[in-house]
Design a protein around this ligand. Sequence first.
Ligand SMILES: NC(=O)c1ccc[n+]([C@@H]2O[C@H](COP(=O)([O-])OP(=O)(O)OC[C@H]3O[C@@H](n4cnc5c(N)ncnc54)[C@H](OP(=O)(O)O)[C@@H]3O)[C@@H](O)[C@H]2O)c1
Length: 252
Amino acid sequence: MTDKIVLITGGSRGLGQSSALHLAKQGVGVVLTYLNRSDTAQAVVAEIENLGGCAAALQLDTGNIRQFESFAERFAETLDRVWERQSFDYLVNNAGIGIHASFAETTEDQFDALMNIHLKGVFFLTQRLLPLIEDGGRIVNLSSGLARFSLPGYAAYGTMKGAVEILTRYLAQELGPRGIAVNAIAPGAIETDFGGGVVRDNPEVNQFIAASTAMGRAGCPDDIGGAIASLLTGENQWITAQRIEISGGMNL
Ligand SMILES: NC(=O)c1ccc[n+]([C@@H]2O[C@H](COP(=O)([O-])OP(=O)(O)OC[C@H]3O[C@@H](n4cnc5c(N)ncnc54)[C@H](OP(=O)(O)O)[C@@H]3O)[C@@H](O)[C@H]2O)c1
């Protein structure tokens, strides 16, 4: 068991939900955020409590930095009320959306939506929460295989994920003196609701991914949730500034 606490953005579904459950099973207290689906988020909280763990869910739009001040206050109040803590240990910047559009057809609104959630939000939420993160804590930013290899339709999305990998190295540099490790996890294609659930629900896409993957299948949420949990809770304190791809060997 552990007395650590994690904040996972977008923990109501998909990779964030799986990470929350894996971490809770290792005794980590979980604060997860959701955008609209409070019922799904509360179901994750209930599942963690059924496992004997402790969790709370908070609403947050990570694409709207004007919310971050009030979110930080609600988060601090939750830490104090539920855990009698004034700080937390692990931050997982996971919340995200997919927009599929060719470079030629990508609109400014689509670009801005992706930038606000995947880059600006990660930058300024981490900045706002910095005083609450314990020295010796850890941060994980979600990147994507699409920052290494390219597929048509992901120019804007892949650009934001590439930027998050660079941000990860800068954070590792500047937070290193506090003993805070910062890494980027880059999943391959995973069967979640992401992008309308295309990897899970479209057989042609699923088979295309399986054929491009050394291990011969598309990923599932637990492939990522388990890896994030082991990175945070294992004896990995000397791993920092790394891009760790978790894709079963996609497009090698
Ligand atoms: N799935 C993949 O193939 C894949 C591959 C590489 C990287 N990734 C990255 O992994 C992360 C998680 O993806 P996923 O597959 O788990 O997605 P998902 O199943 O669609 O879940 C998205 C989560 O993010 C939340 N969310 C969406 N927009 C938000 C916003 N503006 N503010 C706050 N929360 C928001 C959702 O909340 P609600 O439930 O309330 O809507 C939900 O909890 C993303 O950063 C994605 O880019 C995914």
